[in-house]
Design a protein around this ligand. Structure first.
Ligand SMILES: *Cc1c(COP(=O)(O)O)cnc(C)c1O
Length: 389
């Protein structure tokens, strides 16, 4: 059986070694604690679950949904952008419902990258951007995210040849995995850059609502004229603990929304209408803001626990203002992979090696805050027994 050459070209799966060690440790009876999983531990809101239970009984939801999303879901997304960011969107042409934002990010690449084209990709970054660029026959041009620049790419450093070849630029703030944040000034600079170079600016806003200490993250569409060059991807997964439901949206530039729609109509048939109606509930229920505030409080407390311990151990970690991750340098003498192996072997704790998110993630590891406080505290106690900076 022959598999396609494009599969063989993909970088090796960096979690394979960790997975193997994890299974071995579990078989030995070790109580493994994973700080590696970016998936909320808390349940979805009751008001969302109740709405799904009700809507699932309506036979009208049992048929194929409209491919672009149900009208009420598109309107709920428009209402959210208007209330939250004072951004007006046309539900008919500037919004598309997605089966999770990962699905949309992946399919967008197929609408914009031909062989010979390039994508400017934040590195370290969410793997989907680069992997689909490679699958589509394009080239990945990494934009390093470094602590000395606040994990913002240096747009001035992008070579002229890469500017010409690039059809897409991928940004994500609050960022996974670095937890960096961007202000409107940087977004403005990115919009100008993409306008000058005729590039579609893609902003992955999965963590937009997960911010701390009074900080509120901007939408890229708040930049004047952003819709001329930008598309923003949003998700109900992270703010509402709905990763299993698979519901997200794309908003912004009409040509990009239409092009993504062409790939999608020829690929999937939309998300279950009852789930879209539950998504309306998430975006419009009077309890929604309170729910998000509660989650912000939970993650902020865990962030303080993690940053506090790492700092005491001598780790020069930056206290994040957003996302539910802590991104920290590994101790001297370790690579990302050797550090991840070390803490799993010694104390049964899994951290994600930074190199799993790109070459510029080498030298770092990521801690996820999506586990109960006691388990997080226990994992950090164990780390303290076997590492120092
Ligand atoms: C979790 C995550 C997503 C995907 O979210 P879904 O809507 O569940 O597909 C997209 N981007 C980043 C950076 C993420 O961490």
């Amino acid at each position: 059986m022959k598999t396609a050459a494009r599969i063989a070209k993909l970088p090796p799966y960096l979690f394979a070694e960790i997975d193997k060690k994890r299974r071995e440790a579990l078989a030995r009876g070790v109580d493994v604690i994973s700080l590696g999983i970016g998936d909320p531990d808390q349940p979805s809101p009751d008001f969302v679950v109740d709405r799904l239970a009700r809507e699932a009984r309506d036979p009208a939801t049992h048929r194929y949904p409209p491919y672009e999303g149900t009208r009420d879901f598109l309107q709920a997304v428009a209402g959210y952008y208007d209330r939250r960011f004072a951004v007006k969107l046309d539900p008919e042409a500037e919004i598309l419902a997605l089966i999770g934002s990962k699905e949309g990010l992946a399919h967008l690449v197929w609408a914009f990258v031909d062989r010979g084209d390039a994508a400017l990709v934040s590195d370290p970054g969410y793997p989907v951007y680069g992997i689909h660029t490679l699958l589509a026959g394009g080239e990945v041009v990494p934009m390093p995210l470094l602590p000395e620049r606040g994990f913002l790419p240096d747009l001035g450093a992008i070579h002229a040849a890469d500017r010409r070849r690039a059809t897409l630029m991928f940004l994500c703030y609050p960022n996974n995995p670095t937890a960096g944040t961007a202000d409107l000034g940087f977004f403005r600079e990115a919009v100008d850059f993409c306008r000058e170079n005729d590039i579609l600016l893609v902003h992955d806003s999965a963590y937009l609502e997960l911010t701390f200490d009074g900080y509120e993250a901007p939408s890229i569409l708040q930049v004047e004229g952003a819709k001329d060059v930008a598309i923003e991807f949003g998700s109900l997964s992270k703010p509402f603990n709905m990763t299993g439901w698979r519901l997200g949206y794309a908003v912004g530039n009409r040509k990009a929304i239409a092009a993504l729609g062409v790939v999608k109509t020829n690929t999937d048939s939309g998300q279950f209408a009852a789930i879209q109606r539950a998504g309306v509930e998430a975006l419009t229920n009077p309890g929604a803001r309170g729910f998000i505030e509660k989650m912000r409080g939970i993650y902020a407390r865990r962030r303080d626990i993690a940053v506090g311990t790492l700092t005491r151990l001598g780790c020069p970690v930056v206290k994040p203002r957003g996302s539910f991750y802590v991104w920290a340098p590994v101790p001297k003498g370790h690579t990302s992979a050797s550090f991840a192996s070390h803490v799993l072997d010694k104390v049964g704790v899994i951290v994600t090696p930074g190199s799993a998110y790109g070459d510029w993630g080498e030298g770092y590891f990521r801690v996820s805050l999506t586990l109960a406080d006691e388990r997080l505290e226990e994992a950090l106690r164990r780390l303290a027994t076997c590492v120092s900076w």
